[in-house]
Write a protein that binds this ligand. Structure first.
Ligand code: DAK
Length: 262
């Protein structure tokens, strides 16, 4: 399927240098279908390529971030169709290629593919009504977009097994305690808090922000010594940037840094 040019199932907006994608399939609790994932991927790629954007936020509604992949679309497939067609892999992997920071602002349900989408973001800020879960076991499948891999990395094996095998939901308090989300805020402050974090990130050098993201992500691939070496090389490389000179000069001269992202 080709990328849609006029998004219908998402809304795209900006606030300063923050790009915001709002999932918008309210009647289906933002269940994620092919069209929505195409639109989301296209919006993320456009923000990533836009020099005026420094950070991206993905959010949903107050009731649901996303209640999972669209079960009505999935129900009819057979093994040979999903295997041969690499079912829903194509447009679920786009977010992994985004190099600018992506924050998930989660209210309400983040279940199945919705929880997996949130975990693909760089960090999650949750409203106090958020509920996370991997309930695929209840419909005869298992998580298919990284849930069995990212959830244990975030919350450890015991809780991940509990979630994946029982299909139960975790509330925001438990999710924060377990390390799945970075902050929990009252529902009515979710977007202000998230935009505040995103705007803060936008004030920093985009080069060091991108390097920081790349380096932290490296912690989840390969050995510690490889990761530390990767970090060291990026750390060294940042001394070639104008922003390193600006940032350190600003500190020494007790003024606010003004980064040029170069
Ligand atoms: N798909 C389709 N429709 C959904 C849906 C979903 N996941 N979740 C909710 N809806 C629809 C409901 O069918 C209902 O539609 P109508 O009956 O009004 O037409 C409407 O949204 C409102 O839902 P409810 O009436 O059920 O609302 P409640 O408040 O009573 O319950 C709920 C909310 C979220 C607890 C409940 O709707 C629920 O349990 N939803 C299903 C949650 C679920 O099982 N999610 C996991 C789906 S499997 C992969 C990528 C991704 C995936 C796999 C592979 N690859 C890259 C290979 C992901 C798989 C999944 O997510």
């Amino acid at each position: 399927m080709s990328e849609t040019s006029t998004p219908e199932l998402i809304q795209v907006s900006t606030q300063g240098r923050v790009g915001i994608v709002t999932l918008n399939r309210p009647k289906q609790l933002n269940a994620l279908n092919d069209q929505l994932m195409d639109e989301l991927g296209a919006a993320l790629k456009a923000f990533d390529a836009d020099d005026n954007i420094g950070c991206i936020v993905i959010t949903g509604s107050e009731k649901a971030f996303a209640a999972g992949a669209d079960i009505s679309a999935m129900a009819k497939y057979n093994f040979h169709e999903v295997y041969k067609g690499d079912y829903i892999t194509r447009n679920w992997e786009t977010i992994r290629s985004i190099r600018k920071p992506v924050i998930a602002a989660v209210a309400g349900f983040a279940l199945g593919g919705g929880c997996e989408l949130a975990m693909m973001c760089d960090f999650i800020i949750a409203a106090d009504n958020a509920k996370f879960g991997q309930p695929e076991i209840k419909i005869g499948i298992i998580p298919g977009a990284g849930g069995t891999q990212r959830l244990p990395r975030a919350v450890g094996k015991a809780k991940a097994m509990d979630m994946v095998l029982t299909g139960r939901m975790m509330d925001a308090t438990e999710a924060e305690r377990a390390g799945l989300v970075s902050r929990v805020v009252p529902l009515n402050q979710l977007m202000d808090e998230t935009q505040g974090a995103a705007l803060m990130i936008c004030e920093y050098s985009l080069l060091s922000v991108m390097a920081a993201k790349e380096s932290v992500n490296r912690a989840f691939e390969g050995s510690l010594s490889d990761g530390v070496m990767f970090e060291r090389r990026l750390f060294h490389a940042l001394f070639a940037t104008a922003d390193q000179k600006e940032g350190m000069d600003a500190f020494l001269n007790k003024r606010k840094a003004s980064f040029s992202h170069s």
